[in-house]
Design a protein around this ligand. Structure first.
Ligand code: MLT
Length: 269
């Protein structure tokens, strides 16, 4: 666990275990800790690499920041795997915004991958209305008129399953702390990047590597009805739904999530 200078920014990385490398990419506006419960289980079987993306968590944003395109995140992570000396083909697993980054990574570096995991994500771009909302959110965060506490207040009721909201208050509080601890400008840069991302649906159908599409049964952002077709679109796709989970199955149902991921990696990758 520590800092690595990648593309001139210090990125905070957790790197544990031995075996096939798996890179976990967090969503927005979170940090690497959303994977802690799952990676603690999987590090017994795999080499688990979990970064804070630039501008989020403990990772820096450059002074001349403007927007962080999904491709920039992917390029950082590609250099990171080289810096860590990883020569074996890796599996990359991204949740929501992390999934947008996974698709950019696959677009450029697919020959270096053993498989992709798309968690609670989409391959379509933002609608004009959503993209506009993101630009307003970024403007509010950079001017100081919007606080991350308000972002958390709006998002949290929609992020979790009923079971998590009722029975796991510590998980809900943990995520609130993650959101509120971020730097507003890092969140703004990522929001602007998401607003400009392109459609990667056709790319999904071209990939020759295995693709696991996995989602929470109660996800309001990327529901199973929208995620299952992604597995059908992939040439070598598998779809798994995690019960009693919303947008964050690795945090809400880590044992089930880790067991499904392990089984898929051992049988397919
Ligand atoms: C995420 O969890 O990364 C976000 O829901 C992604 C998004 O806002 O599109």
């Amino acid at each position: 666990m520590g800092y690595y200078k990648i593309n001139n920014v210090n990125l905070f990385i957790s790197d544990w275990g031995v075996g096939r490398p798996i890179l976990f990419i967090h969503g927005f506006p979170f940090d690497h800790t959303i994977w802690n419960r799952t990676s603690n289980i999987l590090q017994n079987d795999f080499r688990v690499i979990v970064p804070d993306l630039r501008g989020l968590g403990k990772s820096e944003l450059p002074d001349d920041w403007n927007i962080t395109p999904m491709e920039q995140f992917a390029d950082d992570l590609h250099i990171l795997l080289g810096t860590l000396g990883i020569v074996e083909k890796a599996v990359i697993c991204g949740l929501s915004m992390g999934g947008y980054i996974v698709m950019q990574y696959a677009r450029k570096y697919r020959n270096e991958l053993a498989g992709l995991v798309l968690c609670n994500t989409k391959t379509i771009p933002d609608s004009p209305v959503i993209a506009d909302n993101r630009r307003k959110q970024a403007a509010g965060l950079t001017s100081g008129t919007l606080a991350l506490r308000s972002v958390a207040d709006t998002m949290i009721p929609k992020l979790f399953s009923e079971a998590t909201l009722s029975n796991k208050p510590e998980v809900v509080q943990e995520l609130r702390t993650v959101i509120e601890s971020n730097q507003p400008i890092g969140v703004a840069a990522a929001a602007l990047g998401m607003a400009e991302r392109l459609d990667t649906t056709e790319l999904l159908g071209e990939l020759e590597i295995p693709v696991l599409v996995i989602c929470g049964s109660e996800d309001q952002f990327s529901p199973p009805s929208e995620m299952k077709p992604l597995a059908e679109k992939a040439k070598h796709g598998t779809f798994i739904e995690i019960p009693d989970a919303g947008h964050l199955p690795p945090l809400e149902q880590p044992e089930h999530f880790a067991a499904e991921l392990k089984r898929w990696m051992e049988t397919v990758c």
